[in-house]
Design a protein around this ligand. Sequence first.
Ligand SMILES: NC(=O)c1ccc[n+]([C@@H]2O[C@H](COP(=O)([O-])OP(=O)(O)OC[C@H]3O[C@@H](n4cnc5c(N)ncnc54)[C@H](OP(=O)(O)O)[C@@H]3O)[C@@H](O)[C@H]2O)c1
Length: 275
Amino acid sequence: MTPAPDRYAVIGHPIDHSRSPWIHARFAQQTGQRMVYTAIDAAPEDLDDRVRDFFARGGLGLNVTVPHKQAVLPLLQELSERARVAGAVNLILRADDGRLRGDNTDGSGLVRDLTHNLGVPIAAQRLLLLGAGGAARGIIAPLLALHPAELVIANRSAARAIELAQQFKPFGTVRGARYDELKRQRFALIINATSAGLLQEIPPLPVEVLDASTVCYDLAYARDTTRFVQWAREHGVARGIPGAGMLVEQAAESFLLWRGVRPDTTAVLADLLAL
Ligand SMILES: NC(=O)c1ccc[n+]([C@@H]2O[C@H](COP(=O)([O-])OP(=O)(O)OC[C@H]3O[C@@H](n4cnc5c(N)ncnc54)[C@H](OP(=O)(O)O)[C@@H]3O)[C@@H](O)[C@H]2O)c1
């Protein structure tokens, strides 16, 4: 009898919007891997049970998405260095001895999309990061490693941004701010790492921050555009980019860690954008 295929999934809430099952199915097809990848909707109060249940039933790996990237930490026995620095995970691997190891591929996925796919310069530029949740945590150190002139973190709950900036000071020039402090400032790149888009909202960023040279990148994925990207384009920015490339690149690195083979992202990204 043929053994059942290896099982993987993404866990989040809400999860209907997730393209991860589609992306991993394409990777599996491309690399000849026998596996299934599903989506698990877990409300915060059910997270522990759903994670334990998935691995107890033989699951090999999970991607972790909004809002669970920090909440899942107590369930893990090991963390990679980058997940420890981030204090957030976006993937879990089950080792042969059953131990659960957390890792974080969000930062490398974003950096690869910005620098390799899109050619957006980071070194010596002023960057603004919106949001201080699980996704923001994963991308701060990888961005600082590219030596921007400064990284400013703004968040609705400003205390969280200030605390996060304090935590990442050993990695580069970074500070926290309130949205209303940003009015007269200019940034080469603005990255939206809030979950405002899930509610069809945009973060309270003063429009004065945008100009014709600004690049705006939204971690949120949508087929054509997102509320934030649309809003930025309406205010005349140089480029407004939804986060499809990051989604595919962080998925490719998850796939590599689980299956030991790196899929080619170019065709999968092109097909995702054409869906
Ligand atoms: N493209 C990709 O590969 C990729 C990868 C990772 C994440 N993401 C996306 O990134 C987003 C954030 O995920 P997460 O895991 O960081 O979520 P999270 O941990 O729940 O954090 C949410 C963040 O958004 C802020 N926020 C929520 N609603 C807001 C609003 N209306 N106005 C301003 N700020 C608001 C929160 O501010 P407070 O602290 O004030 O509550 C917090 O900083 C999600 O849309 C997720 O899908 C995409």
